[in-house]
Design a protein around this ligand. Structure first.
Ligand code: MCN
Length: 788
C-alpha cells in the first residue's frame, strides 16, 4: 500500500499555508481602487419604514454612494430564493414572502439590511451610516417559536397567514394511531431543540468587482458552493448573466453550513460594484455574524413512542414546530422536513411513524442548515425517547436498543429512507467495551462517595448524508439535482490537476482527494493539485454540505480516473504494439501481460501529449477526462456515542468525564482527518447540549446573545479527551464504499450528553443547553417533589 494512499493518516497538505499564516481568505484579498461597504441594519424586530433621509450621510466624508431597497427594485433584481419547495398537507406549496436584498417598506428582524453605504474606507462607510435618518414605525413582533402561530400574533408576511409557511407531514397517520392505541406503554416527551448560531472562525466576507471593458463581474466570497451562488445570482436574482459572472471562494475558514446560502451582502456588493465602477469589499464584524448568518435548529416538539410489554417499538408520532426565521434562506424549507422527518426511524425497526411539522415564520434571523441539519433534531428526539422508555419500563438502555435494532438490509423505513447496510450491534458492542460499561456502577459509587452525581447516556444514531441522489432529492422538492463533477488533467510531465466541484473549507480535501488519485495512479501526493472554488477554472459543481464530498465528490473523481486509465491503456497499447486487454497497470507502471515490457506513468503522460499522432488508431492526443457522478442513494453513517458525566450538586456544573464515539463511515480515506472531523462535530454537540443558546428577547426580538460574552462557545477546557473507535460496513451506493463523516459528531452527541445528565440527576428531562443554572434548578425541584 502506498504511503500516501487510501487508509493512511497523511498530514494535511493545506496545513502548511494555514499554520504559517499564508492562507488567502477573502479578507486578505485587496483590489486596486477598492471601496468598502457597510450595511445599516434594522434595530427593530418589526417596523415599517415610513421614510429614509440619506442627505446628511451622502455628504459625509468619503461616501461614494448609498443604496436602498428602492434602488435594487428599480434595477429589477429579484429577491433571494429558497431552492427547495415543501408542500403542505393539502398539497399547496409553501408560502414564501419576498426576501429582498435590501429592505423595502418593512424590516422583519433585528439585523435586517436597510441600506448599503459605500465609501473610500470602512470607517467612513460605517460613520456615514449613523447619519442615515430612518423613520421607523415600530410594530409588534412575533418572536417565539411556540406561539408565533397563535391567533393575534404579529404577521411576518402577508402571504403566510398565521405565520404558517407550511404544515407538512410524512408517514402513515392511521397506522401510527392504531399502533399507539395497541401499545402497552407510551412515552411522551416535550422537547425543544435550542437555537444555535454558527460562528465559523472566518466571518462572511465579499468583494464585488465589475470590468467595464468586458462587462464581466467577479465576486470573491466565503462560499461553500460557488457555482450554486453564481447560478442563483444570475438566474434568479438577475445580477449578471451566468457567463459574465465569476465567483471565487478562495480559502474559507469554516462554514458548518452557514456559508452554503446566498446572502444579501455578497449580492449587493457584486451588483453595486458596477454602479460605483470600483470594487466593493465587505467583511462582517462578529456582531453582524451573530445577527445575520443563518442560525440553526430551533424546534419545539411533542413526541409519543408506543411500545409493547417487552419494550418493542410499535409506533412513533411526532409533532414539531420549526422556526424558519423571518425569511426563507436558501435551503431552509428542507431542513425540518426531508432532512428531519425521514430519519425518525433511527436505527430501529419501527413499523409505524407519523410526523407533522409546522414551518413557522418569526421576526428573527433566518434559520437554515447548520452542521447536521435536521438529522441532529431527529436523533435527539428518538434517542431521548428511547432512553426515557428504557427508564420508565425498567429495561437496560442497551437492551432496549438491541431489541429494536434493524438487522436485515436493505431496510425500508416508513419515512422514505431505504437503509442500504450497516451493523448497529457492532458499533454498540465496541462502544460498550471502550467505555467499560460493566465498570460504570463502581464509578458511580466512587463519584457518590465524593459528593458527585454520575450518569451515563447513549445515542445509537443514524444519519443520511452524501446529499445527492438527484432523482430522490428532486422528487422531494429540491430545485436542482445534487450530483458532483470532476475533471482530471494529466500534464505532459505526469503531474496532475484535479478540478472538483466540491469545496474545502476545513475538511482537508486537498489531502484526501490527492490520496485517492495517488493510490489509483501511483503518482506521489505532492505531484497532485486539487483545484476548487473558482467558477472560471472548475466545471459546474454543486459544492460541499451534507457530508457529500467524500461519497459524491470523490466518486466523481473515481469515474474520471476510470476514463483516464482506460485512455492511458489505449495509448500504451498503441505505443507497445500490444492489445489493450493485455495492458496491466499497477503502482504507476504499465506492463504488457506475458512480456517484460513496461512503461512508467510519466513516460505515458509525455507520450500522450508529444506523440505526432497515433497512426493507425483513432486515438486523440492528450490525457484529460471528466465525469459527473450521481449516486443511487444517500449514505448512512451510523454508530454509537456514549457519554459519562459527573455533576456537582452544589453548583450544577456538569463535567464530561468520559466520551466514547464509535462510528461506521465505511471505507476511510484518511483516519487522522476523519478523527478530526469527529472531534469537531462532538465539540459542537457538546456546545449545543451544555453551553450554546441563541436567545431573543421574546417581546422586542432583540438578540440577547449577540457576542461571545453571552453566547457560550465551547472551549478546550469544556471538552474531555474523546475515545474514538470505528467499525466498517461499506456503502454499496458509491464506488469507494465511503460514508460521510463531517456531521456525525454533531448529530450523535447531544442526546448522549442529555441522556447522561438526566441519568445523573434522576430527572425525566432537561432543556438544552443544560447550563449549571438549569441543572441546579432541576435538582432543587427534584428534591422538592421527593420531599412532597
Ligand atoms: N473522509 C474520509 N473517509 C470517509 C469520509 C470522509 O477520509 N469515510 C474525509 C473526506 O475526504 C474529507 C473529510 O473526511 O476530507 C470530510 O468528508 P465528508 O464527510 O464527505 O464531508 P464534506 O467534505 O462534504 O464536508 C462537509 C461537512 C459538513 S456538512 C459540515 S457542516 C462541516 C464538516 O464537513 N463543516 C466543516 N466539517 C467541517 N470541518 C471544518 N473544519 N470546517 C467546516 O466548516
Amino acid at each position: 500500500m502506498s504511503e500516501s494512499g487510501i487508509g493512511q493518516s497523511v498530514k494535511r497538505k493545506e496545513d502548511f499555508r494555514f499554520i504559517t499564516g499564508a492562507g488567502r481568505y477573502t479578507d486578505d484579498i485587496n483590489q486596486p481602487r477598492q471601496t468598502y461597504a457597510y450595511f445599516l441594519r434594522s434595530p427593530h424586530a418589526h417596523a415599517r419604514i415610513n421614510d429614509m433621509n440619506l442627505d446628511e450621510a451622502r455628504a459625509a466624508p468619503g461616501v461614494l454612494n448609498i443604496f436602498t431597497g428602492e434602488d435594487v427594485a428599480k434595477d429589477g433584481l429579484g429577491g433571494l430564493i429558497c431552492g427547495w419547495t415543501v408542500h403542505s398537507k393539502d398539497g399547496s406549496p409553501m408560502k414564501a414572502g419576498l426576501h429582498p436584498i435590501l429592505a423595502l417598506d418593512r424590516v422583519r428582524y433585528v439585523g435586517d439590511h436597510v441600506a448599503m453605504v459605500v465609501a473610500e474606507t470602512y470607517a467612513q462607510a460605517k460613520n456615514a451610516s449613523e447619519l442615515i435618518d430612518v423613520d421607523y414605525e415600530e410594530l409588534p413582533a412575533s418572536v417565539v417559536t411556540a406561539t408565533t402561530t397563535d391567533k393575534g400574533s404579529a404577521q411576518v408576511h402577508d402571504e403566510a397567514p398565521g405565520n404558517l409557511c407550511y404544515d407538512w407531514e410524512l408517514g402513515n397517520p392511521a397506522e401510527t394511531e392504531t399502533a399507539l392505541k395497541e401499545a402497552a406503554h407510551i412515552v411522551t416527551l416535550d422537547l425543544s431543540n435550542n437555537r444555535l448560531i454558527p460562528n465559523a472562525m472566518e466571518p462572511r466576507a465579499a468583494i464585488g468587482d465589475y470590468d467595464k471593458g468586458t462587462g464581466n463581474y467577479t465576486l470573491h466570497t466565503t462560499s461553500q458552493n460557488p457555482h450554486v451562488a453564481r447560478l442563483v445570482l444570475s438566474a434568479f436574482v438577475g445580477v449578471a448573466p451566468e457567463h459574465k459572472l465569476r465567483v471565487i471562494a478562495p480559502d474559507v475558514g469554516g462554514g458548518f453550513g452557514s456559508k452554503i446560502f446566498i446572502y444579501a451582502e455578497e449580492t449587493a456588493c457584486v451588483w453595486a460594484a458596477a454602479k460605483i465602477g470600483r470594487p466593493i469589499k465587505w467583511t462582517a464584524e462578529r456582531i453582524e455574524s451573530f445577527l445575520s448568518d443563518a442560525h440553526g435548529r430551533d424546534h419545539v416538539s411533542t413526541a409519543r413512542l408506543g411500545l409493547d410489554p417487552d419494550g418493542k417499538f410499535l409506533g412513533l408520532h411526532v409533532k414539531t414546530k420549526a422556526n424558519l426565521g423571518a425569511y426563507l434562506s436558501t435551503f431552509s424549507a428542507s431542513v425540518p422536513t426531508y432532512l428531519y422527518g425521514t430519519l425518525l426511524s433511527g436505527q430501529y425497526d419501527l413499523p409505524a411513524i407519523h410526523v407533522e411539522v409546522d414551518g413557522v415564520y418569526t421576526h428573527t434571523a433566518p434559520v437554515d442548515a447548520y452542521r447536521g441539519a435536521g438529522r441532529p433534531e431527529a436523533t435527539y428526539l428518538i434517542e431521548r425517547l428511547v432512553e426515557t422508555a428504557a427508564r420508565e419500563m425498567n429495561i437496560d438502555p442497551v437492551d432496549i436498543r438491541r431489541k429494536n435494532f434493524i438487522r436485515a438490509f436493505p431496510h425500508q423505513t416508513p419515512v422514505i429512507m431505504n437503509y442500504d447496510g450497516g451493523d448497529y450491534e457492532a458499533s454498540l458492542d465496541k462502544a460498550l467495551e471502550l467505555i467499560d460499561y460493566e465498570g460504570f456502577s463502581a464509578r458511580r459509587t466512587a463519584s457518590e462517595a465524593s459528593g458527585k452525581l454520575r450518569g451515563i447516556g447513549f445515542s445509537t444514531y443514524i444519519e443520511a448524508c452524501g446529499l445527492a441522489p438527484s432523482q430522490a432529492v428532486g422528487s422531494l422538492g429540491a430545485g436542482v439535482g445534487l450530483w458532483e463533477s470532476a475533471e482530471v488533467r494529466v500534464n505532459p510531465t505526469g503531474n496532475i490537476e484535479v478540478l472538483t466541484g466540491s469545496h474545502s473549507h476545513g475538511q482537508g480535501h486537498e489531502t484526501t482527494f490527492a490520496q485517492l488519485v495517488s493510490d489509483r495512479l501511483g503518482v506521489p501526493i505532492d505531484d497532485i493539485e486539487i483545484v476548487h472554488g473558482d467558477t472560471d477554472k472548475v466545471q459546474f459543481g454543486m459544492g460541499t454540505y451534507g457530508s457529500r464530498s467524500g461519497a459524491v465528490g470523490m466518486s466523481a473523481i473515481v469515474h474520471a480516473l476510470d476514463k483516464i486509465e482506460a485512455k492511458a491503456k489505449k495509448v500504451v497499447a498503441h505505443l507497445m504494439e500490444a492489445a489493450v486487454e493485455d495492458i496491466r497497470f499497477e503502482d504507476g507502471i504499465f506492463s504488457v501481460a506475458g512480456t517484460d515490457k513496461t512503461m512508467a506513468w510519466a513516460e505515458l503522460a509525455l507520450a500522450a501529449y508529444t506523440a505526432h499522432g497515433f497512426p493507425g488508431s483513432e486515438l486523440e492526443p492528450g490525457l484529460k477526462e471528466s465525469a459527473f457522478y450521481d449516486p443511487t442513494n444517500f449514505t448512512f453513517p451510523a454508530g454509537c456515542h456514549i457519554c459519562e458525566v459527573e455533576i456537582d450538586p452544589e453548583t450544577g456544573v456538569t463535567r464530561i468525564v468520559n466520551f466514547v464515539a464509535v462510528d461506521d463511515f465505511g471505507t476511510i480515506i484518511n483516519p487522522m482527518i476523519v478523527e478530526g472531523q469527529v472531534h469537531g462535530g462532538i465539540a459542537q454537540g457538546i456546545g449545543q447540549a451544555l453551553l450554546e443558546n441563541g436567545v431573543y428577547e421574546p417581546d422586542s426580538g432583540q438578540l440577547l446573545t449577540g457576542s461571545y460574552m453571552d453566547y457560550t462557545m465551547p472551549r478546550a477546557d469544556d471538552l474531555p479527551n474523546f475515545s474514538l473507535g470505528f467499525t466498517k460496513t461499506e456503502s454499496p451506493s458509491n464506488p469507494l464504499g465511503m460514508k460521510g463523516c463531517g456531521e456525525a459528531g454533531a448529530i450523535a452527541s447531544p442526546p448522549a450528553i442529555i441522556n447522561a445528565v438526566t441519568d445523573a440527576l434522576g430527572v425525566r428531562t432537561i432543556d438544552m443547553p443544560a447550563t449549571p443554572a438549569r441543572v441546579w434548578a432541576a435538582l432543587q425541584s427534584a428534591k422538592q417533589s421527593n420531599a412532597a
